[in-house]
Design a protein around this ligand. Sequence first.
Ligand SMILES: Cc1cc2nc3c(=O)[nH]c(=O)nc-3n(C[C@H](O)[C@H](O)[C@H](O)COP(=O)(O)OP(=O)(O)OC[C@H]3O[C@@H](n4cnc5c(N)ncnc54)[C@H](O)[C@@H]3O)c2cc1C
Length: 411
Amino acid sequence: MTTKDQNQFDVLIVGAGMVGATLACLLAEAPVKVGLLDKTPLKPDGIPEPFDARVSALTLASRKLFNDLGLWQHIEAVRGCDYQDMHVWDADGTGSIHFSSSEIGEPALGTIVENGIVLAALHQRLQTIANLEILPPESVDSLLSLDDEAGKRISVATNTGQQLTTRLLVAADGGNSKIRELAQFKTREWEYGHQAIVTTVRTEKPHQMTAWQRFMDTGPLAFLPLQSDSITDEQHFSSIVWSTLPDQAAALMELSDAAFCKALSEAFEATLGPVESCAKRFSFPLRQRHAIDYVQPGIALIGDAAHTIHPLAGQGVNLGLLDAAALANELSRGLASGRAPGDITLLKRYQRARSGHNLSMMWLMEGFKHLFAGQALSVRWLRNLGLHSVDSMPVVKNQLARKAMGLDYTG
Ligand SMILES: Cc1cc2nc3c(=O)[nH]c(=O)nc-3n(C[C@H](O)[C@H](O)[C@H](O)COP(=O)(O)OP(=O)(O)OC[C@H]3O[C@@H](n4cnc5c(N)ncnc54)[C@H](O)[C@@H]3O)c2cc1C
């Protein structure tokens, strides 16, 4: 095989994060040569020592996807915390809402898993896939389209000048997607003016396998339960996501651990008793972004490259995983009927399957965010009324829960 052949693919996935790596696994049986490129090395052995600061609340739909890939048992065997209840309440009023898995007849509302554990399971699987070539870590720097005898192909050049050619280029390169920028996809963006602080904390009281979320005028604060794999199996560790204004976030990042724990306990109304300790803190800017189109001939955006969403409902990666499943599905249908992987008709089917669903979830989160950030008395009154009313309307509440769990998506 010449170097030229080696650098030619039917599908080139850029980005081996949770979404890109899942797509590569889903294409394992497809009759295509797949390349996978990430600027950082894969981490098949990278299981984080308790705990990874980045966690995801995986919905039942995402769990099913990993289960179908035979990966869920590996993920669960390391660590994952099923949560049966979710309490959401309003800092200013008396509004609150409680979701329970028993009310919708499911064993859990979802599972909190550390991103590093999911990535390790995916990256281990990638090593075993016959039709996949994992390229050495390099970043995509430029993009050029070219036509050749075999039809339209896309070429990318990496930071070392290496040229890779593909019939379908999949951008799974995250929220600041270079490919989205190079291919001039248009996006709609909403600046949240929010910064999220994430870390792992230990609380005096156990988390009760419950996800907790308190809405303040400055933004939501979430405590997500973590499964300890210690012998005592104690339930005192939670991952927190504190979304707040940039000035406050900067001040919180400056605090000593003890002062941060005190501020966090107060903001959380010491619901699980005092916060006793915290791990290293990380801070991320939050912005909601949605690509107007996910596809153009020979190119598809998936995951955060197509949409980034406020983490308040923990939906980001779940939506991305459904993108990966929908694209794999349309590719297999299209290939079976003789279409090329980059065929725009095939790609548009993928876009139709995902864009509306992603957008509706983003509007739901946007609505929540504005409702809780509103200062006006009428908005406060409405949101308290809203929380009470929704809490006392099991049908509406359970439909909301099913949507958030990905159970409404038939894609
Ligand atoms: C604070 C916070 C909390 C969150 N909590 C949740 C949650 O509870 N539940 C949930 O579902 N989601 C959550 N999210 C969102 C979730 O983390 C993202 O939706 C998810 O990580 C997106 O996965 P991805 O694979 O699309 O992108 P990424 O994870 O960003 O992966 C992109 C990959 O592309 C690679 N890459 C980038 N540029 C290039 C390039 N030019 N060339 C080669 N490789 C490149 C990167 O190295 C990376 O590996 C949260 C997000 C934040 C910020």
